[in-house]
Design a protein around this ligand. Structure first.
Ligand code: E4P
Length: 219
């Protein structure tokens, strides 16, 4: 399973990259705003800065919601770097735009997906990635992970090439369950990725090893 980091924070992207396990980045308008990134030039330069750090795909989301402007914005984003994936919301004009981008060989990430029906549409339109938001479904007492299972089944039934990008991942259990189900990618915060490192037996075991080594060496 590929690991994407879900942030526009350059320091966190670099930290995940330096760990050696980062396969890509997802951003959204809220994450860009959180970093104080606004205005055309600033936004464009920030995407370029992210692309300079990572080796994999970088999702850059359009703000437009009508077909013509989604296409205009998406083409501008796509030409920034080969790593850019145009992130398009799951709305009627978004699906039409995904179909267009796909016919032009431009990579897309269909975002704000909350049902298997929406994921089916995204695949039929030729999306490179589909982003079901599991954390936000959990937030409203709906099982986000079962949506990932449903999409996996549907995509496997028809050998759709659209990759399942489990989004709105909040913690390690989300990551592990997505890996068991067979999500192609997960995107989450740096904290969730780093939390995978943690086990109390690792900490106590290492402390014991170091103590025994020091004792044997007469320190
Ligand atoms: C997906 O690409 C989104 O950026 C993201 O995963 C949303 O996560 P949130 O629900 O934690 O905001």
């Amino acid at each position: 399973m590929k690991f994407f980091i879900d942030t526009a924070n350059l320091q966190q992207i670099k930290e995940a990259h330096d760990l050696g396990v980062l396969d890509g980045v997802t951003t959204n308008p809220s994450l860009m705003a959180k970093e104080g990134i606004s205005g055309y030039e600033h936004v464009i330069n920030h995407y370029k800065a992210i692309c300079a750090i990572v080796d994999g795909h970088v999702s850059a989301e359009v703000i437009s919601t009508d077909f013509d402007n989604i296409i205009k914005e998406g083409l501008e984003l796509a030409k920034l770097d080969d790593k850019i994936v145009v992130k398009v919301p799951m709305i009627k004009d978004g699906v039409k735009a995904i179909k267009y981008f796909s016919s032009e060989g431009i990579k897309t990430n269909c975002t704000l997906v909350f049902s298997a029906g929406q994921a089916l549409l995204a695949a039929k339109a030729g999306a490179t990635y589909v982003s079901p938001f599991i954390g936000r479904l959990d937030d409203i007492s709906t099982d986000g992970l079962s949506l990932i299972e449903d999409i996996r089944l549907i995509y496997d039934n028809y050998a759709y090439e659209t990759q399942i990008l489990a989004a709105s991942v909040r913690h390690t259990m989300h990551i592990l369950e997505c890996a068991k189900i067979g999500a192609d990618v997960m995107t989450g915060p740096l904290s969730a990725i780093l939390a995978l490192l943690k086990h109390p037996l690792t900490d106590s075991g290492l402390a014991q090893f170091l103590a025994d080594h020091a004792k044997a060496a007469g320190q």
